[in-house]
Design a binder for this molecule. Structure first.
Ligand SMILES: *Cc1c(COP(=O)(O)O)cnc(C)c1O
Length: 302
């Protein structure tokens, strides 16, 4: 019998190897140019990523956590406002709510999709609810029609945690274009930099100027500071690397979809619960979660 092969969960040096020459050329170019933060690489990446997902506009920031926090900060919600959020997510989603002085109100997931259950949201909405923060976990888009309807009915802001869903689409529309889209480009994400990086896509361009100032100490004009703001700027070198990798993202996603199809074909659905699939969802498979059955008789619905 052959030994069990060791498969790395994330092999980042292997993942980045195809881009080595392009990255090195980009680094040399930048070193000669001598402009390192918020420059033309950032602007170009912002335009290209906005076009990639079909958002009116996009702003580079320092991390996914910052991208989740900044929309909450610029909206000036009263301290202690309630923000609806799925109970299963990465800790950053919750930290963004706590760090900005608000209260996470948890909604359980739909056990077929592992995403926030839209049917369980309305019962959690109160007079203090200001926003719904959805998470397109594992690269699967949330069920947006009922969620958008609730936002309209109760006049709530929508923040989408897109840290795992670069390019995923719900009924043909990319995640991050329904509300504020908070993206992470942490090295392990589907589109990963060589360090920390993030960005915010905006469906409502009214907020663009304030957010743009906010990421740079609340300043539109140097030494004139309109808001308290943050230092959450994107580095030129990361934007340069991300522009290189963005050109290959469709190929990377196609590869992941091919692997997902293989898993669906070859894994035994009697032994494990394979992830749900649906025709109106174009997933990007950040993770392919397999649920152990352990005697459970629960059935999966398509
Ligand atoms: C990675 C991740 C974040 C945080 O992104 P950082 O860039 O690490 O701050 C937020 N939400 C989810 C779902 C993530 O996977």
């Amino acid at each position: 019998m052959s030994p069990t092969p060791n498969i790395d969960y994330e092999n980042l040096s292997g993942l980045n190897a195809p881009f080595k020459e392009a990255y090195e050329a980009e680094f040399s170019r930048l070193l000669e140019k001598g402009w390192f933060v918020l420059g033309e690489q950032v602007t170009s990446f912002e335009e290209e990523f906005a076009a990639y997902i079909g958002a009116p506009t996009f702003l580079g920031v320092a991390s996914g956590l910052d991208a989740l926090e900044m929309p909450l900060k610029i909206m000036d919600f009263p301290v202690g406002s309630e923000i609806i959020v799925p109970s299963n997510t990465y800790i950053a989603t919750i930290n963004a709510i706590l760090n900005t002085g608000h209260k996470p109100v948890f909604v359980e997931p739909d056990m077929d999709t592992y995403l926030i259950d839209p049917k369980k949201i309305e019962e959690k909405i109160t007079a203090n609810t200001k926003a719904i923060m959805v998470v397109h976990l594992y690269g699967k888009p949330c069920e947006m029609d009922p969620i958008m309807a609730l936002c309209a009915k109760y006049n709530l802001e929508l923040i989408e945690d897109c840290a795992q869903s670069h390019g995923a689409k719900y009924k043909g529309q990319a995640t991050g274009t329904f509300g504020f889209g908070a993206f992470s480009f942490y090295p392990t994400k589907n589109l990963g930099a060589l360090g920390d990086a993030g960005g915010i896509s905006l469906s409502n361009v009214d907020h663009y100027d304030k957010l743009k100032a906010w990421r740079n100490y609340g300043s539109f004009i140097k030494y004139k500071n309109e808001y308290v703001g943050d230092n959450s700027r994107l580095d030129e070198i990361q934007a340069g690397f991300l522009r290189i990798k963005l050109k290959a993202l469709d190929q990377i996603t196609a590869h992941k979809r091919g692997l997902a199809n293989l898993y669906h074909e070859l894994l035994d659905g009697d032994k494990v619960i394979l992830p749900h699939r649906a025709n109106h969802l174009e997933e990007v498979h950040h993770i392919f979660p397999i649920h152990g059955k352990a005697g459970s008789k629960r059935k999966r619905t398509e």
